[in-house]
Design a protein around this ligand. Sequence first.
Ligand code: NDP
Length: 421
Amino acid sequence: MKPNKHKATHSAEREFGGALGATCIPVFLPLTVLYLLSVCRSPAASVLQWPPPLPPTAHLWDPLAAVLIVGWITLQSFLYLLPIGKVSEGLVLRDGSRLKYPINGFHALSITAVLLLVCLWLGMPLGYLFELILPLAVCAIGVSYLLSMYLYICSFWAPQHALSLGGNTGNPLYDFFMGRELNPRIGDFDLKYFCELRPGLIGWVVINLGMLMKEVELRGSPSLAMLLVNGFQLLYVTDALWNEEAVLTTMDIVHDGFGFMLAFGDLAWVPFTYGLQAMFLVVHPQSLSTLEAAGIILLNGIGYYIFRKSNSQKNQFRRDPTHKSVSHLETIATATGKRLLVSGWWGFVRHPNYLGDLLMALAWSLPCGMLHILPYFYVIYFTILLIHREARDEKQCRAKYGLAWDTYCRRVPYRIIPYIY
Ligand code: NDP
C-alpha cells in the first residue's frame, strides 16, 4: 500500500515550545526520569547534591528488565482483548463515525491483582523491582521511542480525516512529538486508548507494591507511610479504571494525536515518576503519628471527593443533560448547541476536578515527611502540568464556544483555586 499523499491541511499551532520544545523534551524528560530515580535511591536524596548520584552505565541495562517490560505489555494487551465488560462508543469523529472501545480496564486490574497474589504466594521476590528499577525505566523509555516512531511512520498511510488537528504541521520533529494520527489502531486494537490507562497506570501500582515488599524484606513489615502511599495511589488507579469510560471524553483521546508526548507519558513518565514516594520510603523510612496519618487520610479523602464528584457531574451532564442528577443545574447556551454548566461543581471554579487532584497529590507526598523536596516532585510537576493543561483547554474552549465561554469566565472567575487562581 502506498503512503497517503493527500495534501493535509497543516495545523499552524505550536504548543509545548514549538519545534524547539519538541526537539528538547524527548531528550530532556527521559534523562529526568533516570535522574529522579537515581537521586531518590541515594542516601542524601537531595536534588542539590553535586555531582549528581548517577549510576554507572552498566547498571542501566539488564536483560531481565527487557523481558519483564515486553511480558507486561503482552499481558496487558491480552487482557485488553478479552471479550469481557461492555463496549462503548467514543465521541463523534470529524467524518461522522464513532469508534468502539472495550471498557474492561477494571477487569484487567483485577486479573492482574490475582496474578500478583499468586506470584507472592509462590514466593516470587517482588521486592527485586527496587533493584531493577533503572533498567526497567530504560526499557520503558526505549519502548515509548520505538512506538512513537512506528506511529509517526504509519500516520502517513492514514486518511486526512484521521489526523489530529494539532500534530500535523509538516515539521517532522514537532509532529513526531505531538502525534500525527488521532486514533491509530491495529485492527480494532486502539493503541492510544490502550496505553492511556493500562500498562503504565497498572504498572505504577505494581512498582509501588514492589517497593512495599522491599520494605518488608528490609524491615520485616511495611511502614504506615508506605501503606498510605500504596493505598492512596491504588485508590486513584482503581478509580481511573472503574470510570474508564470517562477517558473517552478527555482531551487526550478527543483532541491530541498519539505521538511521543503521550506514548512516553503513559509508558515511562507515569509509572516511574508518579511512584517516587514509595521508592523514597524504601531508603528513607519515616514514622508517622496516628494524628498525622489521620490528617493526611482526611486530605486525600477531601481531594478524592471533589475530584470524583466534579468529574462525574460533568460526564453525566455531557452524556445525558436531562438526567435527574444534573437536570436542575443552571447552564448557559453556546452557539454549538452544547451547554455549559455554571452551577454545581463547575460553578465553584472552572476546573474543580484539578483542585481535587492537586489535594490528593499533596496527600501522597506528606507521608514522606518535610525534610526532602524529592517526594514532592509529583505535586510540583502536577501543579505545572495542570496550569498548562488548563490554559490549553481554555484556549480550545474559547475557540469552540466564543462569547459563551467569556460569559462563563465572568460568571466563574477562578480557574482552579477559589479566590487565588
Ligand atoms: P476535563 O475533564 O477538565 O475536561 C475539560 C472539558 O470539559 C472542556 O474542554 C469542555 O469540553 C468541558 N467543560 C469545561 N467546562 C465545562 C462546563 N462548565 N460545563 C460543561 N462542560 C465543561 O479535562 P482533563 O482531561 O484535563 O481532565 C480529566 C481528569 O483527569 C481531571 O480530573 C484531571 O485532574 C485528570 N488528569 C490527571 C492527570 C494525571 O497525570 N494524573 C493528567 C491529566 C488529567 P466540552 O465542552 O467539549 O465537553
